[in-house]
Design a binder for this molecule. Structure first.
Ligand code: GTP
Ligand code: MG
Length: 357
């Protein structure tokens, strides 16, 4: 058969295989129910300390990029401005309370840079692996960036969710999803995929939600949160009606191109990925590596190896955890993936298995 025909067949096979790969890795409805019950229970307990407190989910439990057994990210928001509770103290109080009233394994970290409570729920029939859960305090920006990610996913769920979910699994299996070991957070990986779909692909698969003007004028106050501009176009109904991408590439084609772009085209040494603004230089952001500056330790030097601008906290590099070795490994993985997907023209399902081995 002609190589072109084989290749086309492989691509369509790849898209089908990606959907089938991701499907069984999604959380079960049982898992979602238990997580919601746990959230409600903890919220009720926290309200006995501070009645105006609410406990909200963020991260992958509600940005539609959740996988089975994903951790649970929760945040306490205190609505009463008079409450005046200190985060460290509050973390300690919640920790003590949960220890007394529940049988979760509780570990409050009141002295951490960002005080949180770590919880572990034991395994049960609905949660065969238990659940790890972090509870933070007043992190309102995380709620907003979760909403931004969810809105992007909602525009084109078949392609966006499938790509992000697959790449999260791939990154975990290939061990490049460990911020504590010099590689990327899931949040960082997700931002890379969205950046690719908004700014790299021509025509774009997704619009830039932070650059679509609001339908009605909005006030400065509505736009700002903790001194950051958190505006983005979030009218999902209108987006569904008004936005239709003229990019019709299949999810398989997009995946190959994603790997290819980050293997060969993206200039890791000089460029910053900004979902908000497109490609920016490290220089323009003052995010250079400072290799020549004496006295800086390895960690400081490594802070800007890979630069991914947070969509709202624009002075913050989401990929600051990536070390020199980490970036080398990540780039090696992009190249390996490109090789596997462009050299094989037999069964896509085998290529995916090899990719995630
Ligand atoms: P899994 O837990 O691996 O399923 O992925 P996740 O989508 O929950 O991502 P992750 O645990 O990396 O992050 C959870 C949430 O925390 C993200 O959705 C963000 O809202 C927030 N977050 C994580 N890392 C950062 C960061 O470096 N900067 C900021 N501003 N927020 C972050
Ligand atoms: Mg998470």
């Amino acid at each position: 058969m002609h190589p072109g025909v084989l290749h086309r067949r492989f691509l369509s096979d790849l898209s089908t295989s990606l959907f089938s790969f991701v499907l069984p890795l999604l959380p079960t409805s049982e898992e979602l129910t238990i997580k919601e019950e746990v959230r409600t229970l903890i919220e009720k307990l926290i309200k006995t300390i501070e009645p105006s407190a609410r406990l909200l989910s963020f991260g992958s439990s509600c940005n539609s990029f959740g996988l089975r057994n994903s951790d649970m990210d929760l945040v306490v928001l205190i609505d009463d401005p008079e409450a005046g509770l200190d985060s460290s103290l509050f973390v300690q109080m919640i920790g003590d309370l949960l220890e007394r009233e529940t049988n979760f394994d509780v570990k409050p970290l009141p002295k951490a840079r960002i005080p949180i409570i770590k919880l572990n729920l034991a395994a049960s029939p609905g949660l065969p692996f238990g659940i790890a859960c972090d509870i933070g305090i007043e992190n309102r920006l995380a709620i907003e960036n979760t909403r931004l990610l969810l809105t992007y996913a909602t525009i084109d769920p078949a392609r966006v969710r499938t790509l992000v979910l697959f790449l999260k699994v791939w990154a975990k299996r290939r061990r490049i999803n460990s911020p504590y070991r010099g590689t990327l957070s899931s949040y960082g990986i997700t931002l890379m995929v969205l950046y690719f779909l908004v700014h790299v692909k021509q025509p774009p698969v997704l619009p830039n939600l932070q650059r679509i003007a609001p339908v009605r004028p909005i006030t400065e106050e509505e736009m700002m949160l903790e001194g950051r501009n958190v505006y983005f176009f979030d009218d999902v109904e209108m987006l569904r009606q008004e936005w239709s991408s003229v990019n019709f590439e299949s999810v398989g084609e997009l995946l190959i191109d994603f790997f290819r772009y980050f293997s060969h085209d993206f200039q890791f040494n000089t460029m910053v990925l900004s979902l908000r603004a497109g490609p920016l230089t490290k220089e323009s952001k003052g995010w250079t590596n400072d290799i020549d500056v004496g006295g800086l330790n390895e960690m400081a030097r490594d802070r800007n190896r890979l630069c991914i601008e947070d969509p709202f906290e624009i002075t913050y590099n989401v990929a600051r955890t990536v070390t020199k070795d980490g970036l080398y490994t990540i780039r090696g993985e992009f190249m390996r993936a490109t090789r596997i997907l462009t050299q094989r023209h037999d069964r896509a399902v085998l290529a995916l298995a090899e990719l995630c081995r």
